[in-house]
Design a protein around this ligand. Structure first.
Ligand code: GTP
Ligand code: SPV
Ligand code: MN
Length: 594
């Protein structure tokens, strides 16, 4: 029986049923009993493997097809009414053509399968910030992941009501998981998402990147708010005051790690604490007090497994110890647990690598093979995180003091710098560059422009998006958060990371918040304000001031060499490039020539 009488929802579901021809229809009501039934069913078909109930209670392992392990940016489309609306950085398809092609691919593919209908809320149910979606899917794995990543079930529909039409349609059909026919399409003007021929994370958990970033960024533009690829953390000082920070880093560049880091010992002793509000996505609005407020629209973490360990990120690891779904990690057959590169130095002898082949893990890794896929992930409930913020379910969100941009740059970008003002900060975000990672298919380690870490996720023309940032800054005025840029990934001549990173990044956050409060001076350079060497606290850290000076250094020649790349990138936007960004570029060029 339908869980809602909402007319617009029922009409669309009729259309989907007619198109997809499922054998059965199951509404996801959000109850633990129903989810438990589905877990059992997934285990009975081999779709999931139940892990050691003592060591990892309520945890499961899933393997995707080897051709389906990451987001597919080349096959992701913004189906806006015109190519110009999608802009030069998005793939575009004419909406009518796209619907026809996608419906032809999906038609009848639920035959012999069940259509699961997932009602979900991005953001706490009933919050003014939140938005509702329906996802239909033929994958239990998707249902179980969405049940962790979102607030879902009957309660969402009850709060939504029967007349409301402001919701997002999401069709997922795994079809044959054929990569030649894989498409991830967003129709911003119709609040619609269609994803076919994949069964991997970011391509199919439609509430996440497809809705909460691509569709929501467009909605935010139209409605006067922002959807960003940003973590949200609270830093509590010894006086018990908490200041909140949002940070945008490209995929697999450290958001989850920063969002739940453990302060270095010297800070812990003084009473500093970090609270995690979100690790991937922020929705930001101007509050009644004129400040910028953020919520995390998600309810769980879909985090990168490799590199997560007791030392690098104990809070993330703790989050994965119960009620978690692991995807494409290695299976340790000795004790029915999981393993990944960087978990510890003891790969299991008796292992199944991520593609499903039984191997001797010690020999296999010694020969240079990876047991877990580099983009293997955990789906963990946010409530599992030992440092989850008490504001996690707040319907009004948290006020933001600082916005941080960052990426992977072996050279060029210093450890940290601050923009001169909001518009200069928008310029810094718009010219961000980072080395690509395994989070998307394609080459890894290639430097590309990734403005605000949104290149794969902006649902409209990026020039309009930058103008929207500038407009938001104007509305915020002197209440605007301060904008910074960080780079944890500077390398030495042997290619080793110089800065220790992880928990020690708090030392840099500390400087940023002191800057926000006007408690510390800085050195003005051509690219913005850089810390004086003595102002980054190195107490308790085996790291020399000379090394720090090295990674704070702004090399004018390297920056001059950046300019042609920025110009080339900006040129793609033609007349649409906001004049204020062109002016910032001219200023940078002039300052570098001084
Ligand atoms: P998405 O979930 O793809 O959006 O990624 P993310 O930005 O949340 O990245 P995450 O925190 O999962 O980090 C990805 C990789 O970067 C992991 O392998 C980490 O070990 C590594 N990493 C994170 N923080 C640091 C750091 O401060 N220094 C160094 N050297 N590596 C880091
Ligand atoms: C990212 O790639 O930025 C992720 C993982 O957070 S996915 O959900 O697959 O997009
Ligand atoms: Mn992400």
């Amino acid at each position: 029986m339908a869980l809602t009488q909402n007319k617009s929802m029922l009409a669309w579901l009729d259309e989907m049923t007619e198109l997809l021809k499922p054998d059965q229809i199951v509404w996801i009501d959000g109850s633990e009993e129903q989810l438990e039934e589905l877990r059992k069913e997934a285990c009975s078909t081999g779709e999931m493997i139940k892990l050691n109930e003592e060591k990892l209670p309520g945890c499961y392992l899933h393997r995707t097809k080897p051709n389906d392990v990451a987001r597919v940016e080349a096959r992701t489309f913004i189906c806006a009414n015109s190519k110009e609306e999608a802009g030069p950085t998005n793939n575009w398809m004419e909406p009518a053509d796209a619907y026809k092609m996608l419906y032809d691919i999906a038609r009848g593919t639920y035959a012999g399968r069940t259509m699961y209908i997932i009602p979900y809320s991005m953001g706490p149910i009933g919050s003014q910030f939140s938005k509702v979606g329906l996802e239909v899917t033929d994958s239990i794995y998707v249902v179980l992941n969405m049940a962790i990543m979102t607030r879902c079930g009957k309660a969402v529909l009850d709060a939504f009501g029967n007349e409301n039409t402001d919701w997002v349609k999401g069709l997922h059909a795994k079809c044959d998981v054929d990569e030649e026919k894989r498409y991830i399409c967003q129709f911003p003007q119709d609040n619609t998402i269609i994803s076919v021929n994949s069964a991997y994370g970011g391509n199919v958990l439609l509430g996440k990147k497809c809705f909460a970033l691509r569709i929501a960024s467009y909605q935010g533009w139209k409605e006067g708010w922002m959807a960003e690829h940003m973590l949200i953390l609270g830093l509590e000082n010894p006086e018990g005051e908490i200041k909140y920070v949002c940070a945008a880093f490209p995929s697999a560049c450290g958001k989850t790690n920063l969002a739940m880091m453990i302060p270095p010992q010297v800070y812990k002793e003084k009473g500093y604490k970090v609270w995690c509000v979100g690790d991937d996505i922020s929705w930001l609005r101007i509050g009644p007090d004129g400040r910028l407020w953020a919520i995390n629209p998600e309810n769980g973490f879909f985090g990168v497994a490799p590199g997560t360990n007791q030392k690098s990120n104990p809070n993330a690891l703790a989050s994965t110890r119960k009620g978690t779904i692991f995807t494409n990690v290695a299976h340790n057959l000795d004790d029915n647990t999981v393993w990944w590169e960087g978990l510890d130095k003891n790969p299991p002898v008796n292992a199944v690598e991520w593609k499903g082949e039984k191997v001797n893990g010690v020999e296999y890794t010694a020969a240079g093979n990876k047991l877990a896929h580099p983009n293997s992930r955990f789906t963990a409930p946010a409530k599992n995180c030992p440092c989850v913020s008490s504001e996690f379910d707040s319907t009004t969100g948290v006020p933001i003091s600082a916005i941080v941009f960052g990426g992977r740059r072996a050279k060029t970008a210093p450890l940290v710098y601050q923009s001169r003002d909001w518009n200069h900060g928008v310029f810094v975000g718009s010219t961000m560059a980072s080395e690509t990672t395994a989070a998307a298919t394609g080459a890894v380690g290639v430097v590309r422009r990734d403005p605000m870490a949104m290149i794969p996720f902006c649902g409209y023309n990026m020039a309009d998006y930058w103008q929207h940032w500038i407009d938001m800054g104007e509305k915020l005025g002197d209440k605007a958060p301060k904008i910074f840029h960080v780079n944890w990934f500077r390398t030495d001549d042997e290619g080793h990371f110089i800065w220790p990173g992880f928990g020690d990044n708090l030392r840099v956050l500390d400087w940023m918040l002191k800057r926000c409060e006007g408690k510390v001076d800085a050195k003005e350079t051509a690219i913005g304000f850089v810390p004086e060497v003595d102002d980054i606290n190195l107490e308790g850290l085996d790291f020399s001031k000379e090394a720090l000076a090295g990674i704070l250094n702004v090399d004018k020649d390297l920056w001059k060499a950046e300019i042609p790349g920025i110009k080339e990138f900006y040129a793609k936007f033609g007349d649409k490039l906001p004049a204020k960004l062109q002016a910032e570029l001219d200023t940078l060029e002039a300052k570098l020539a001084e």
